[in-house]
Structures are given as C-alpha cells and as structure tokens.
Ligand binder design. Structure first.
Ligand code: HEM
Length: 416
C-alpha cells in the first residue's frame, strides 16, 4: 500500500456499514467508484473494488487472489477467535466448505459436486417449484398485511433445497435458526467469541441432523443430491462422509438465504418501477430476463472478499501480499461503463452480464436453482397480483458487508 493510497482514504467513504452504505448502496457505491474504483479503505484495512472491469478481473485472478478463509489475514482472525471460544467443530466443518478453497482442492471437490448438480437435474424440479409457489402464495391473499420474508420468500428456497438434497423439510424452522447463527459467523466476521459459540452450537446441530440422513442414504440410495454427492467419483476419488456433510451444510446455507433475499429485493425493485411489473404481467415470458435484471439491480450478495497471495497491480494500484481485497458486485452491477442506464430496472435488458453469481472457478454452483425459483415466483406473483404494496414506511437492511437482505418486508397483495 502506498502513502498516496493511504492519503486517498476518506473517513466517510471508508465506513462500509454506514446507514448510506447499508440502506442506499447504489448511491454510496457510485461515490466510491467515482472517487477511486480500487480504493484503499483504511477502516477495513483492505482494498475496495467497485469498477466492473476491476471486479471481474479480481474474480478471475485465482493465481494471485485467494478465497482461503483459513489462511492469510482471514486465517489470522479466525484462529484468534477460535482461541477465545471453543469452536472446533465449527472450524472443522467450515474449513471443508469448497467455496473457501483454492485450486487444486477446490477443483477436486467442485468436479465431484458438479456431477450431482447439473442444470438438467435442476430443470426437472420446475413443476414442483411451480406448485410450491402457488401453494405458498395462497395465504398472502386478502390480508391487510403479510410478512413476505417469513411467509413466502424464506419458505420457497428452504423447502426446495431440503427436498433436492433429500433432507426432511419439516425441520426447516430449526434449519433457519441454525443457519442464521452460522450466517453471523460467515457474513459478519468471526472475531466475536459469543458469535463463534453460537455458530459452534448451530454447526453441531446441523451436523447431528445431517449425519444420520447421510448414513441412511449410504444404506438406501435415493434419487437426491446427498446420494449423488456420495456416489460422485472421479479417478478413484470420493468425498468423505464429513466432506458430504460439510458441503450439504454449505448448500443449505448458500441455497436459502440468498434466494430469499433475491425474491424479496425483487419485490422492492418492482415497487420502485411499477411499469415493469405491468410489463411482466403482459409478457410473462419476460420472467427469465426479469430475474437476471433483479440480480443485477439489487442482488442478494453485495460483495465478496479475497486476499492477495503475492504483490500485483490492479487498475494501477499496488496491492501488497497479504492484503485484503473486497470485490463489490453491487457496485460493478451499477457501473455505467458496463450497463446503459444502470440505475433503471429494465426487465428486457439483454445481454445482462451482471456479476451477481461471481465469475471464474467459484461461479455460483446453485445459479440454475436460484434462477428457476425466482423466475417461477415472479411469474406467478405478477400473474396473480395487480400490485404488491409495501407497508413498511422505511426499509432497512441487515448491516453486513457481504449480504444484502431486508430486516422486514410487510406487504399487501392486491388481486388483479
Ligand atoms: C440468488 C441466489 C444466489 C446468489 C446471488 C449466489 C451467489 C453466489 C456467489 C457470488 C458465489 C461465488 C462465491 C465466491 O466467488 O467466493 C456463489 C458460490 C456458491 N453458491 Fe451461490 N448464490 C445463490 C444461490 C445459491 C443456491 C440456491 C445454491 C445451492 C443450492 C448455491 C450454492 C453455491 C455454492 C455451493 C457455491 C460455491 C461454489 C464454488 O466455490 O465453486 N448458491 N454463490
């Protein structure tokens, strides 16, 4: 890091959790991008990348930017937190999440899981997802106010991922609570002993819940993702029982929080652009491009972190070995250099090269599933409801650097 970069640090711009950054990210990111698309953030003590080209190049630079949370600056933080709390099980299983691994281990696990998670196997779920959307939307009718997050947006992805994996979906309320506690460790920062302890307890329960299910599948294979993960084999390699469990936890976690936030952020986006809702009602086949546009306009992941394994230059900035780099997808997706009229919701936008699912070797594995669920939800809700009115006077989002999720969304659904 150079002196000039330090001098460029701006106290206001450096607060990634300010009210503006959390509740009005587009405004905040535009200021950041204009000031410096690769900006040294003194408070976070890392580089914050907001230009589209720079974010893409960060995602694709697997040689120099690491995803490993158990090494480099993140590893130091985790080890410190682990010393303050007894969180062995948590760290043991988190360390097997392949999203936090570099090559070659990442390539090995991803190739095995990929076999189980193909776009074709996901597409087979469409009729079931369509039926679930219809079922879950019924209780929203004729009510003065409904809790859209809890009653609809959460239910759909958690039932779908539980059924796809092959775990009993009647435990979904427990799964939600455990996964929220894990999220506090994953999305915030694992440097708080109490949070680590809650994460440890949550991981222990998830593992206790999943281990017997995995063992039962070994005895009696079924047509589900857990069985497929156990049977996946390449050049004599298998996933161990713990690896299967760890990656099932990853999918439960990655598979519901994000999709829940995407669907609810979509409802907010359409309330800002009612003409686009009417367009979707007239042309329901736009549900596919509308889903991509909502991912771009207000996707559920704000930013993802990496760290530099060696010194290199990004957009003229000298990134030092061991320094953290935050790739801000939300900012890239609103960069006027990449998208015409980036602050407009345009459900016909095509091509739409947003980075909501990341890029490179870690590109979201569950993207086909998230797309399918959101397409079906938007198509059905637009067909049934003239408008989904938002009742909250103000909307507030969870204060985290990584995710973009509403704290609450109360709605009234107006019949067509
Ligand atoms: C709208 C919903 C979703 C969004 C925006 C999203 C976004 C992302 C992003 C940005 C990454 C890259 C992480 C990185 O580069 O560090 C990722 C990875 C991943 N996602 Fe998603 N995701 C979504 C839904 C899902 C679903 C439904 C599942 C599974 C059922 C899932 C499973 C995964 C997995 C396993 C990875 C790790 C892939 C790897 O490291 O190779 N995601 N996701």
């Amino acid at each position: 890091m150079t002196d000039a970069a330090v001098a460029a640090g701006d106290a206001d711009l450096d607060d990634l959790l300010s009210d503006e950054a959390i509740d009005y990210p587009a405004r905040y990111h535009a200021r950041l991008r204009q000031a410096d698309p690769v900006h040294w953030n003194q408070r976070w003590r890392g580089w914050v990348v907001t230009g589209y080209d720079e974010v893409i190049s960060g995602f694709r630079d697997h040689q120099r930017l690491s995803s490993d949370r158990f090494a480099g600056p993140f590893g130091v933080e985790l080890r410190r937190a682990a010393q303050r709390s007894s969180s062995e099980q948590l760290l043991n299983f988190l360390s097997q999440f392949f999203v936090w691994k570099d090559q070659p281990y990442h390539t090995h696990v991803r190739s095995l899981v990929n076999k189980a998670f193909t776009p074709r196997s996901v597409e087979r779920l469409r009729p079931r997802v369509r039926g679930l959307v219809r079922e879950l939307a019924q209780p929203l009718r004729g009510r003065d106010g409904a809790d859209f997050l809890a009653e609809f947006a959460f239910q759909l992805p958690v039932i779908v991922i539980a059924e796809y994996l092959g775990v009993p979906s009647d435990a979904r309320q427990d799964v939600r609570a455990w996964s929220e506690d894990l999220g506090a460790v994953i999305f915030v920062r694992g440097d708080d002993a109490e949070r680590m302890q809650r994460g440890e307890a949550a991981m222990a329960r998830l593992v206790d819940f999943l281990r017997p299910v995995v063992r039962a599948r070994r005895r009696e294979p079924r047509d589900d993702l857990l069985t497929a993960m156990m049977q996946a084999e390449e050049r004599g390699d298998f996933l161990s029982e713990d690896e299967v469990i760890a990656n099932a936890v990853l999918m439960v976690f990655a598979g519901h929080e994000t999709t829940m936030n995407l669907i609810s952020n979509g409802i907010v986006a359409f309330s800002e652009w009612p003409e686009e809702w009417r367009r979707l009602q007239r042309e329901p086949d736009l549900a596919r491009t509308a889903t991509e546009e909502v991912l771009r306009y207000d996707g559920p992941i704000r930013a993802l972190a990496r760290w530099a394994k060696e010194p290199f230059s990004l957009a003229g900035r000298a990134i030092g070995a061991g320094e953290r780099v935050l790739l801000v997808q939300h900012a890239a997706n609103r960069d006027p250099a990449a998208f015409a009229g980036p602050d407009r919701l345009d459900i016909r936008r095509w091509p739409n090269r947003h980075v909501a699912f990341g890029q490179g070797i870690h590109t979201c594995l569950g993207a086909p599933l998230a797309r399918l669920e959101t397409q079906e939800a938007l198509r059905y809700l637009a067909a049934e409801f003239a408008a989904i009115e938002i009742l909250n006077e103000e909307l507030h989002y969870h204060p985290t650097i990584v995710s973009r999720g509403l704290q609450q969304l109360r709605v009234r659904c107006h019949e067509r």
